[in-house]
Design a protein. Structure first.
Length: 169
């Protein structure tokens, strides 16, 4: 028969794996942000593949976590919504409770940081896509071009005068 400590130890192992994977995702997100800031878009492919692999591992780890969690609910005769990490810490012997607390704090920190970097990356990606769209439109002749006529000759200047040239500044 599996003891409560065996369940708790197994749960702790899975949570530590989740923490490691989330930390790796955070590192990849930071690398992605750096590449976006440097406009090195070609190098993103490797990172996206690495990120996809990590996401698959996280999904599998969370499935394991769900299975253990459901077993814990059943074993401890709890309602499904009644079990949380705080309750796990209460059920744990002092040495495991300390480790669960450390993992909980670190997971919160890493997930918060990952969320922040992903939010920054979403903005950078959106800006990059807008830039690419504008450049592509200009290249295809779809954008408003205020300098050249369709035949490539310079358009005659309107009556607007340059501030520096006309001595206004």
């Amino acid at each position: 028969m599996i003891t409560l400590n065996d369940f708790l130890s197994h749960l702790l192992t899975i949570l530590e794996k989740e923490l490691r994977l989330q930390t790796e995702l955070w590192q990849v997100a930071e690398e992605k942000r750096d590449l976006l800031l440097k406009n090195q878009l070609e190098e993103l492919v490797f990172l996206l593949e690495k990120e996809m692999n990590l996401v698959i591992q996280v999904r599998d780890t969370e499935k394991q976590l769900t299975d253990v969690w459901e077993n814990m609910v059943e074993r401890c005769n709890l309602e499904p919504g009644e079990l949380n990490l705080g309750r796990i810490i209460e059920l744990s012997p002092p040495d495991l409770a300390l480790k669960f607390g450390e993992v909980q704090r670190e997971l919160k920190r890493v997930v918060r940081a990952l969320r922040e970097v992903n939010s920054q990356n979403a903005i950078l990606i959106d800006d990059t896509l807008r830039y690419i769209d504008v450049v592509f439109s200009l290249l295809m002749g779809e954008g408003e071009n205020s300098f050249y006529s369709p035949r490539g000759k310079e358009k005659p200047a309107k009556e607007s005068k340059g501030i520096l040239i006309n001595g206004v500044i």
